[in-house]
Design a protein around this ligand. Structure first.
Ligand code: AMP
Ligand code: MG
Length: 698
């Protein structure tokens, strides 16, 4: 019952939309086995119909059973068809429309035709809505409430069961679907006649043909499952195509088991959970809780470790998951543990080039007769070696039946029919046991682990071709400040170049997330608000720099304050002023200080582990090393200090200036010295903790 190919179609009742992909146009997407191709844009119905006909012909020729679902009512509420065609058969109504609709890329008669249909019914209606201001259409009221006495129901039974479904009588206004139904049925009729007995229309006909047409509805699944395609229609066809194409045979039977009512039915209606599971085998996690950044605020400054512990216990993964090919999985985070599909090695094999025989061999010299044939990697010896015989074998070859031990070729003298060698040799010497590395069914890697290049080798070796990983975390970076200019732009005396954005975007890329450049925002609240709104829709997390303190010009913290989720973290740390943390439309925002040195140190200490959790990974604790200091410092108690540092001759040197505006010190350094909260007196030779930047994932 299942389908090899699913094609999802978002139809449109409007005019030609031009060459560049746009919203509210026709979009299609092809999916097979739960994987969707890129969505396709069709500028008008003529182009789309040709594409559908050609694509279906190709699927038919390739012997792939295909389901095409349209977001288009396949029938009208009861009583309508009979009045026009004398029959309740919705397919006869399709032909009726095909005969009367006039359609070119630039003009069509949908409003006039709707008026003509209204004239066939008593009273006023059922169609209403007029897309042409100032141009009245005979018998077509402008408002829904102007209709009376037409005698038809507003909705079909399936629309009443589908939350938010629009009435097919409404021809204009936001969300109206009436126009696209009138402008879609003729295409459906022509496809049906073109493919004849190879095509059926669900649920009116039994869906046991190579091509099945059905109507669906793009509000069956939660919007958060949509991909981040900038055009919603494209994201929708992609999601629904993927979900339907992942249904199993049994699931298809469930979804298709609907009584063949002449009003039709929305495919998938009532099966949202099933589709959601198909679209997304591991469910997308819920958004973060509103109070995730709320720390008990006192008069005291919060120690760094306490702030970190808070982040660690309050943040969790916000990304959904996907199945991807192993070859593309380096750097991705496992969403599910991987178990070995196969043992490694799958069979006992030779660790060296030499001769295989049945061990052990006692002390002394031996001569073993050579058995004809050879065993090489990929070319196993098919027979059994008789007791007391040896056979030529090469590294990686399966150990032949009748043998279990290998002697190194350099330790033998080989004649034409015999080899001579010295004992003793232990049983199974120079042979690798089957499964000695990994056994089938054994846990190889846990969930939350970020895949390294070596992991790809391990997983490939035990037969893994696909892994379930978290979708990459999309992290936006925004610089704020009226004084900022992008490098390359002209700048006056009062202006400085934006140093933070390039640095933070590069941090994010190094951490394996997807950086999104949000540009520079002025110190102006309405503008900043608009930028954050747009950013929250595209990003899973946002890093901003500047404006995070509590002053008049600190607009980031003021805006986050307005969401009710702001927590201004006063952290006992140098460098770093308050950190503004909050949620903007469910999206976590990390408001970092503006000073580049403080911005980077706060990013490394706080954003790095926090983003790892949001991305679905484990909390990373940076590995530090105890090394002798090469500097002198008296440190005050009550705050943690991070100094820019590097190693010279095995000792830790620090940047001469602690000024947090000295960005060049970040380039000079290869890591940070981490000085604890307490007071400290450091002189050359005092052990200090040095954390290289690589320990922060850079
Ligand atoms: P703020 O946190 O906005 O008060 O900024 C603190 C200091 O950092 C000021 O001197 C700003 O000019 C500077 N600053 C803020 N953002 C940036 C940036 N993106 N690049 C370089 N300097 C910055
Ligand atoms: Mg500022």
């Amino acid at each position: 019952m299942s389908f090899d190919t699913v094609i999802m179609v978002d139809w449109s009742g409007g005019r030609d939309r031009g060459a560049t992909p746009k919203k509210d146009a026709i979009w299609t997407c092809i999916a097979r086995d739960g994987a969707a191709e890129a969505p396709l844009y069709h500028r008008n119905r003529q182009v789309a119909e040709t594409w559908l006909r050609d694509t279906l012909a190709a699927e038919l020729a390739a012997d792939r059973r295909t389901l095409v679902a349209f977001d288009l009512c396949f029938a009208y509420p009861a009583g309508f068809a009979a009045q026009l065609t004398g029959s309740d058969d919705p397919l006869a109504l399709w032909d009726w429309f095909a005969d009367r609709v006039i359609d070119t890329p630039d003009a069509n008669n949908r409003f006039t035709l709707a008026g003509q249909i209204n004239a066939l019914f008593p009273g006023t209606g059922p169609f209403w809505g007029n897309g042409r201001p100032g141009h009245d259409v005979d018998h077509l009221p402008r408002k829904g409430r102007d209709r009376t006495g037409h005698g038809l129901p507003e909705h079909r039974a399936t629309d009443r069961a589908a939350p938010g479904a629009f009435s097919p009588w409404q021809l204009s206004g936001a969300g109206a679907v009436g126009g696209q139904v009138i402008m879609g049925l003729p295409t459906l009729a022509r496809l049906r006649h073109h493919f004849g007995p190879d095509l059926s229309v669900w649920p009116f006909q039994s869906p046991d043909t190579s091509i099945v047409l059905a109507e669906s509805y793009f509000s069956l699944l939660p919007a958060r499952l949509l991909t981040d395609h900038p055009i919603r229609d494209a994201a929708q066809v992609s999601l629904y195509a993927r979900a339907f194409s992942a249904l199993t045979d049994a699931e298809w039977r469930t979804v298709l088991a609907v009584d063949p009512t002449p009003e039709g039915w929305v495919l998938g209606l009532g099966h949202a959970a099933l589709l959601q599971k198909a679209a997304n085998p591991v469910l997308t996690p819920p958004p973060l809780r509103n109070d995730c950044f709320a720390m008990p605020q006192g008069a005291h400054w919060t120690p760094v470790d306490q702030a970190l512990a808070h982040l660690q216990s309050h943040l969790s993964s916000v990304t959904g998951t996907e199945d991807i090919a192993l070859a593309h999985a380096a750097g991705r985070i496992l969403a599910a543990p991987v178990t070995a599909a196969r043992s490694h090695p799958p069979h006992a094999n030779a660790a060296v080039d030499g001769y295989a025989f049945a061990g052990p061999l006692p002390e002394g010299s031996h001569t073993l007769p050579l058995h004809p044939g050879r065993a090489a990697a990929g070319q196993p010896f098919a027979g059994t070696v008789p007791p007391g015989h040896a056979i030529r074998i090469f590294t990686g070859a399966n150990i032949p039946a009748g043998t279990d031990t290998v002697v190194l070729q350099e330790d033998t003298t080989a004649g034409a029919a015999h080899i001579a060698l010295h004992g003793p040799l232990k049983q199974r010497a120079n042979a690798r046991r089957a499964g000695e590395d990994l056994t089938a069914g054994e846990a190889v890697l846990p969930a939350r682990h970020r895949l390294t290049p070596a992991d790809l080798a391990t997983l490939a070796a035990c037969g893994t071709a696909q892994v379930t990983v978290h979708r990459p975390l999309r992290v936006g970076v925004l610089s704020t400040g009226d004084e900022l200019r992008a490098p390359g732009d002209p700048a006056t005396d009062g202006q400085i170049y934006d140093a933070n954005r390039a640095m933070l975007l590069a941090d994010i890329a190094r951490w394996g997330h997807q950086p999104i450049d949000l540009g520079i925002a002025p110190d102006d609240r309405p503008t900043l608000r608009g930028i954050l709104d747009a950013a929250a829709a595209r990003c899973d997390a946002i890093l901003t720099s500047g404006g995070a303190s509590a002053g008049d010009e600190d607009h980031m913290s003021a805006l986050l304050q307005g969401t009710g989720t702001l927590a201004l973290w006063r952290i006992a740390m140098k460098p770093g002023r308050p950190l503004a943390l909050g949620l903007w439309a469910d999206t976590p925002v990390f408001g970092l200080p503006g000073n580049p040195v403080a911005a980077q140190v706060c990013a490394l200490i706080f954003a790095h582990p926090a983003l790892a959790l949001l991305a679905g990974a484990n909390w990373p604790t940076p590995q530090g090393y105890r090394l002798p200091a090469a500097f002198t410092k008296s440190k005050k108690p009550g705050r943690r200090e991070f100094l820019r540092a590097r190693i010279t001759d095995g000792a830790v040197e620090v940047f001469p200036s602690e000024g947090s505006g000295r960005v060049s010190g970040l380039s000079w350094a290869t890591g940070l010295v981490d000085l604890p909260d307490d007071a400290a007196r450091i002189t050359p030779g005092t052990p200090v903790t040095y954390i290289p930047f690589t320990s922060f994932g850079l």
